[in-house]
Design a protein around this ligand. Sequence first.
Ligand code: SAM
Ligand code: SF4
Length: 321
Amino acid sequence: MIVDAHGRRFRNLRVSLTAACNYACTYCVPNGKRLQAAVAELGPDELLRAVRLLVETAGIDKLRITGGEPLLSPKFDHFLPRVMQLPLKDVSVTTNGQFLPQKADLIADAGLERINVSLDTLNPHRFRAIARSGDLDTVLEGIRLMLAAGLKVKVNMVPLKSANVDQILPMLDYCLERGIELRFIELMNMGHLKYGPGYQRDFFGMDDILALIGTRYEFERTDAAYDSTSVRYEIPGKGVFGIIANESAPFCASCTRLRLSSNGYLYGCLSSSKRHAITDLLKLDDEQARTILQTRLMGALGDKQSLQFTGEVTVMKFIGG
Ligand code: SAM
Ligand code: SF4
């Protein structure tokens, strides 16, 4: 097992099926252009083999399928049922939800038990202003179908001072009423935000979020897994919400995440643009590939920050968030 000086090892893999997305969220896509894939993206079988090799070599036991928008990619239909056959404790998907009504049966039939849907507002005009595409009702219908199919649903919301802070309480009510865990993701200083005014202008952090929620609800801190990125709170008798507070409560010291981009690069840290190609390994037999992969994984683990998330110019949709 590959372990670093902080006792960290890779357990959670996030695989980006494609960098293409049908949205162009203001905080994620720098140029507003939709549907841009990465150059030379891997096919579904190559990605499956890469995931299997990483499970065998790094001891990955949790997988999140992400993107870009994973449900946009034709690879998704092939990839999901097959990846569910690998010896993983947990498989989940992060999606913007726009294609959920179309993919609901496939997802339920594949046996997926958990899904995260990103949604920043319940206001249709605001929705279009942030996502620069898409339709709110379709996402809400997708969430309804996932709940009806018995999946555990979490909703990811990025609070933005200039765009949706007044949506925090309505979003929380919507989620509490449906048994959904709402997770606020503090705006990360990534991609174009790193050197523009957007991050300073829009950052709305954990203390502000908690103060706002405190105007309506009483809550108390509750359990989260050791390597969870989220600080979780319980509203007694109502439900749970979480905050992924990269800035206010960094979780780098216990981070177990590894990312595989759609064009075959490993990223050991979201806050580092260093990457490690693995496409050459996919041409080797399993034994040779696993031996070289060990070295690449050691390199990727060495990229992790020791304490604090500092952000990076890497564009989120290329490495899967
Ligand atoms: N397209 C899918 C979606 O939106 O759920 C999956 C990929 S997206 C990159 C994964 C997550 O990253 C989403 O929940 C999104 O809100 C979040 N995200 C993207 N850019 C971000 C940023 N600059 N700060 C915080 N979260 C961000
Ligand atoms: Fe697409 Fe997700 Fe990025 Fe929005 S956050 S542009 S939905 S990849």
